[in-house]
Design a protein around this ligand. Structure first.
Ligand code: NOJ
Length: 567
């Protein structure tokens, strides 16, 4: 099968199904809702959908704890309605990629139930079980690893006198990918969905599937210094991925995007560099998501545009000509980008500017549900209002460390993933039009839906939604966005992000202000703005100033995209 690398021309829309659209009136988003919205999705100009997990799950981590890999969560539909969604998407020219979560399963998966039932079960070795130690008659875990979501990374099973590993929640035991039977299962899962017609996979924390040999104590925790995390990027990762590629993926014209927290370009390249050794098409890294926090540790930092730009530049340069970037600013794991890197006071302008800051980079962009209308963070008063296991864990840690509930909630309000998981705001009707008026949605909608919603943006040619449409259309129309080289200007500026995309007969200049005030600056040499065609600007209806003596003034969060070259 020839692999066409179609993903290089793609723009993806990510759906977190529980909060997208409730089609059967029970307050939970589902595939019937997606069916209703396929035309809307296609109208954005995107060419693909990534579904966060749709599989049966007890929702310890809202679908990222899978209880059955070959079926659909009854809350969301069934295989038949999934087929209708898939066909409907394909009819509209939209590819569909599934979330593949094989670092761990749910503790409710039949494999795990078998695994914990006896050391003699053939499924016992599907998971990572170890004996621990004992101190003063109390069992102690096999090593010092902390879970990212819930206490220690080990859970004791008294009947077996063994501990199982869970890097995430207790209900998410890690699979033992060293076991060839587990890898054979993964192959079967891949084949099942590819044969059904899906076009690829987003592979959840794929770099965690190989751990350091012997599971040594975590150096980070021992030294407190920057160092290694032994539960990721282990010695067999490449081998595992090569097996999935050779036995399954090469037989389909599909794509894979691996999720890789903590990865750097040099650690990513061995997997994504094009050539015979490539094992993943794309990689989601997190480096640009740390411009205002240390994500996994919930440590807020002041926003730094320089840090953001440095991450953008690093990935654009290091991958150029060797591998392809995955571009995103939002997904279901981070608070809303306008609230983080933009400004709620200049919501619409900053939402549009942020779109330009990444949509014209080299790579394949992903847009997350609600991002295209500039949705912003919500406000939680008490931890009881917050569904996510990770937020609850961070809250409990802060309280244990002596914070008041108010102080701990400040942190949750700053960092919770739940901000991205409030119901999609379709209209100003009850519950934001997400579900029927007389039904309680599974998670409270953001009260700002009266102003921020799709229906309102549809009516306004200058809305965030219509800006995204224009930007996506422009990106797809211009070969320079796919092929051109990337060059950053104004690298030292703390308020401007300016980059160019350049090829022989066409160039693009993208200018973005991250300031909440006017900024006067000199345009980069060789780019006389009066000679370029202004393709996009977020102040379109309000008059544009042209440079005077090479200098131009940008209003708060102004952005412009100029095209030079071919008429
Ligand atoms: C990454 C996913 O994006 C996140 O939502 C999930 O909680 C963890 N992996 C564990 O599966």
């Amino acid at each position: 099968m020839e692999r066409t690398r179609w993903y290089k021309d793609a723009v993806f829309y990510q759906i977190w199904p529980r909060s997208f659209c409730d089609g059967n009136g029970d307050g939970i988003g589902d595939l019937w809702g997606v069916l209703e919205k396929l035309d809307y999705i296609a109208s954005l100009g995107v060419t693909g959908i990534w579904f966060s997990p749709l599989y049966p799950s007890p929702n310890a981590d809202f679908g990222y704890d899978i209880a059955d890999y070959r079926s659909i969560n009854p809350e969301y539909g069934d295989i038949d309605v999934f087929r209708r969604v898939l066909d409907g998407a394909h009819e509209r020219g939209l590819k569909v990629i599934m979330d593949l979560v094989v670092n761990h399963t749910s503790s409710e998966h039949s494999w795990f139930k078998e695994s914990r039932s006896s050391k003699d079960s053939p499924y016992h070795d599907y998971y990572i079980w170890r004996t621990g130690g004992e101190r003063a008659g109390v069992p102690i875990p096999p090593n010092n690893w902390d879970s990212l979501f819930e206490g220690r990374a080990w859970e004791y099973e008294p009947a077996l006198d063994e501990w199982y590993l869970h890097i995430f929640a207790k209900g998410q035991p890690d699979l033992n990918m060293d076991n060839p039977c587990v890898r054979a299962e993964v192959e079967e899962i891949l084949r099942f969905w590819l044969d059904l017609g899906v076009d690829g996979f987003r592979e959840d924390v794929i770099t965690f599937t190989s751990k350091a040999e012997g599971l040594p104590d975590d150096y980070l925790m021992v030294s407190g210094a920057r160092g290694l995390r032994f539960y990721e990027n282990g010695p067999r990762l490449h081998e595992f991925l090569a097996q999935f590629r050779d036995n399954v993926l090469v037989h389909y014209d599909c794509m894979t995007v691996g999720e890789a927290p903590m990865i750097t370009p040099s650690k990513a390249l061995p997997f994504i560099e094009e050539g015979p050794n490539q094992t993943l098409d794309l990689m989601f890294h997190f480096e640009h998501m740390g411009a205002d926090c240390l994500f996994t540790d919930y440590v807020p930092l002041p926003f730094s545009l320089r840090r953001l730009k440095a991450a953008f530049d690093r990935w654009q340069h290091k991958l150029d000509g060797r591998a392809w970037n995955a571009l995103y600013l939002e997904n279901h794991d981070h608070p809303r980008i306008v609230s983080r890197y933009g400004s709620e006071a200049f919501r619409e302008k900053s939402a549009m500017m942020l779109a330009c800051s990444y949509l014209f980079q080299k790579g394949t962009p992903f847009v997350y549900q609600g991002q295209e209308i500039g949705m912003v963070n919500t406000r939680f008063s008490t931890i009881g209002e917050v569904p996510d296991v990770s937020a609850k864990n961070q809250y409990a840690k802060r309280i244990a460390a002596g914070d008041t509930p108010e102080k701990a909630m400040e942190l949750v309000n700053r960092a919770a993933r739940d901000h991205a998981r409030t119901p999609m705001q379709w209209s100003d009707e009850a519950h934001a039009g997400f579900c029927p008026a007389d039904v309680e949605p599974w998670f409270a909608e953001n009260p700002n839906y009266l102003e921020i919603n799709v229906a309102r943006d549809e009516m306004d040619p200058n809305s965030v939604l219509n800006f995204y449409r224009k930007a996506i259309r422009l990106r797809r129309a211009l070969p320079v966005v796919r092929e051109g080289s990337y060059r950053a200007y104004k690298r030292a500026s703390g308020v401007l992000y300016v980059y160019a995309r350049e090829m022989a007969d066409e160039r693009l200049l993208v200018l973005c202000s991250f300031a909440d005030h006017d900024v006067r600056f000199r345009v980069p040499k060789g780019y006389g703005l009066e000679e370029g065609a202004l393709e996009l600007c977020n102040y379109e209806s309000e008059g544009i100033t042209l440079p005077m003596g090479g200098r131009v003034t940008f209003r708060p969060y102004e952005c412009r995209v100029y095209r030079f070259g071919k008429a």
